[in-house]
Write a protein that binds this ligand. Structure first.
Ligand code: IMP
Length: 426
């Protein structure tokens, strides 16, 4: 049996898509366990580029079974558009994409709420993706959510929508001052997408249980990153789910005892989209250079990402809360031409040295990075395929990251393509 969880260790955008795609080649079943259409997992297959939002990356590998787990929030309109896009490119999902019947559904009023709340936050804006993620999870925990199984019964679905709209529209009208959402806005798309989705909505627990019992190899695909976790991240500047390893269990129904490895994807530097504390964020000019070199623009929103140097304080936090068994370091090649590479080893907070990420966001916002500088290697690494192919400077950099995080590196990515990868056996 093998069951691997892949999580982001920073603020998302670590290059999980590529790593999951690599590992999916060695798996039978791939399960997304949290988040929704806010994710954008980029995968390069030959000259083709795919950006996956809701469909697990395993779909790009023929014969793999793909499951959208109960912890995911699904906007059915977006899901059908994504499936259409894949099918147009010759990738069929029939018989190998399943959606948990207890996954919650994102509806037009969730998006409206997301936008309305963000607009009202003004200066304190989170910078959400406007995909309705927070409001869908709020409804889930508020026990007024609509689940995929509800979609299978039009009368039940309509009654639940009607009830919810009464409450939502009162807020839209009287508090937010935005247009109400009509029943038609919810039901018209429903009648179009349901014929496409109904056969995929199943009880995924027995499906996954049987896969494990049969010794099939399972990959649990996380989205976003540990620092965006609603519990462990820089609250309230976080997403509304648990992108950390614990979320893999609650978001799929796969028990903790079935999991045997947790791989943390970590960029050789760090980025963040949206607002919130970011101790190693670079000054504008330096940031722009790194952004251009790393092509750091959001896969879902196209927004320029904030960029900074590798932050070992963040990485250690991620290693702790995820129980990482190894790291997959991505985008090492982006650092190829630098003379010196700063690595943040601790923070300075009001004269004190901190080695743990401060749980209070107000404190994190005041932290200044304490850097140690590593010499650059000034050599193109994109052709390296074995660890020994890397220049000594790059190997020293990776070694230092292992020391600082207390976690061994198992994968190094030196370019977007599948073959631009180094595997290091443990
Ligand atoms: P939400 O998930 O749309 O509610 O956005 C909350 C925060 O998470 C914002 O700062 C977003 O930019 C960030 N976020 C959400 N999804 C991703 C992702 O896939 N990559 C990076 N940041 C994300």
């Amino acid at each position: 049996m093998s069951c691997t969880v892949v999580v982001g260790t920073q603020w998302g955008d670590e290059g999980k898509g590529k790593v999951i795609d690599l590992l999916a080649a060695e798996a039978d079943v791939v399960v997304r366990f949290q988040g929704g259409g806010n994710a954008g997992h980029t995968v390069h297959v030959g000259d083709e580029k795919y950006v996956m939002h809701l469909v697990p990356c395993g779909i790009l590998h023929p014969g793999r079974v793909n499951v959208i787990g109960n912890g995911v929030v699904v906007d059915p309109v977006d899901l059908v558009a994504e499936i259409d896009g894949l099918e147009k490119r010759g990738i069929s999902v029939a018989g190998r994409l399943f959606i948990s019947e207890i996954a919650h559904v994102t509806l037009p009023y969730h998006r409206r709420m997301d936008e309305a709340r963000e607009a009202l936050r003004g200066e304190g804006k989170i910078g959400t993706t406007h995909r309705g993620i927070g409001p869908t999870y709020s409804d889930k925990f508020g026990r007024v959510g609509i689940r995929m199984a509800d979609l299978l019964d039009e009368d039940l679905f309509t009654a639940k929508v009607r009830k919810n709209l009464e409450e939502k529209n009162t807020f839209f009208r009287s508090y937010f001052g935005v247009p109400e959402v009509t029943e038609r806005e919810v039901l018209d798309p429903y009648r179009k997408y349901m014929p496409r989705l109904k056969d995929m909505i199943v009880d995924t627990i027995p499906l996954l249980g049987k896969s494990l019992a049969d010794g099939r190899r399972m990959l649990l695909e996380g989205a976003q990153g540990s620092m965006l976790d609603v519990d462990f991240g820089t609250y309230p500047y976080v997403t509304a789910s648990n992108p950390t390893a614990g979320g893999a269990c609650t978001g799929s129904g796969v028990p903790p005892t079935a999991i045997d490895s947790v791989i943390g994807v970590i960029k050789a530097y760090i980025t963040r989209v949206g607002a919130g504390p970011f101790p190693t964020e670079l000054p504008a000019e330096e940031e722009e250079r790194l952004r251009l070199r790393g092509r750091e623009y959001g896969a879902t929103t196209g927004r320029p990402r904030r960029c900074g140097w590798f932050d070992a304080v963040v990485a250690r936090r991620a290693a702790a809360v995820n129980g990482l068994t190894s790291l997959a370091v991505t985008k090492l090649d982006v650092l190829d031409q630098l003379d010196r590479i700063p690595v943040c080893v601790a923070y300075e907070y009001r004269g004190a040295r901190l080695t743990e990420f401060p749980p209070r966001t107000e404190m994190a916002a005041e932290c200044r990075p304490v850097y140690e500088e590593m010499p650059g290697w000034k050599t193109d690494t994109t052709g390296a395929r074995r660890y020994e192919d890397l220049p000594a400077g790059a190997r020293a950099y990776l070694k230092r990251l292992e020391e600082l995080t207390g976690t061994r590196i198992g994968i190094v990515s030196v370019g977007p393509r599948r073959d631009e990868t180094i595997r290091i056996s443990g």
